[in-house]
Design a protein around this ligand. Sequence first.
Ligand code: NAP
Length: 313
Amino acid sequence: MVSEGSKIIEKVIILGAGPAGLAAGLYTARADLSPLIFTGIQIGGQVALTDWIENYPGFPEGIGGNELAELFQKNAERFGARLEYDTATEVDFSSRPFKIKTYSNSFEAQSLIITTGASPNKLNIPGEEEFRGKGVSYCATCDGWFFKDKVVAVVGGGDSALEEGLFLTRYASSVKIIHRRDELRGSAILQERAFNNPKIEFVWNTVVKEIKGGVGVESVELENVKTGKRSQLATDGFFVFIGHTPNTDLFKSQLELDEKGYIVVDERYRTNIPGVFAAGEACDPLYRQVITSAGMGAATAIEATRLLEKESE
Ligand code: NAP
């Protein structure tokens, strides 16, 4: 950080502490930029909510998502990254230093790395909001335990639906995966595991129209998209894994976003504002993996370091 009178100007502020933010923190800390990271509500981001990760290189037996997130954090902190348990609420990129307000204070920074990640999409059907936390969930690792020996339904056909569906078989007596097509989008290895799991049953070509219940979820109303036929499925839990939306609302009026809300970056992860970079799921509609997000985070840190070095020459 740099002191201008009584005002402190940070060299780098990082918004978000998932794999991208913590990798950016590690690299900028090792470049002696003493990065300040606002963690948002979830250190580790979506990784910390994932039960088990098998495709992050270096862990041939796999590693718990929460443990990996803690290792990322420790690694960044070891070299001087400062984590603040706070969330940015307002940003002003109209001039440098950039201005950032959080719940607790106001900050200024010469450069900014945005790694705010993405949040799970909702179906937006009747009952979804009403039964949220009462049977409706977007996180199997967080809520699976509540469904010991119960029936749960899962919606989606991607890696998340398969992985979380498989995780739920540890607790639930039966897991019904409801997918709107008759072909899955998820990876071959997860498809194979799901098809071979005796507790998993697929409900193909089907969408959910409504979630019903009393104190908690009791059933869902289904519609077959080919025949239009409606039916009821009794279930105690209802898990939704139908993709994600980038957490970029805060930047709408300041940065160029694409039609889905992803921050537009060039091949060097630069946004349309010089000095503002983005990494991870906030700007990545294509890969969305722990390894790619961490890699992008490292790249933004290298870019920010080079920019600040050039400007101080
Ligand atoms: P995704 O790959 O975008 O899949 C979303 C699924 O939800 C699709 O099957 C889609 O159906 C369905 N869907 C979307 N909107 C729907 C709606 N309104 N109603 C019903 N179904 C709907 O999302 P994801 O599974 O969350 O995965 C996101 C990214 O993370 C992917 O790149 C994935 O590879 C990665 N990921 C990787 C792992 C892993 O490597 N172990 C684990 C989790 C996630 P359609 O197929 O018909 O479009």
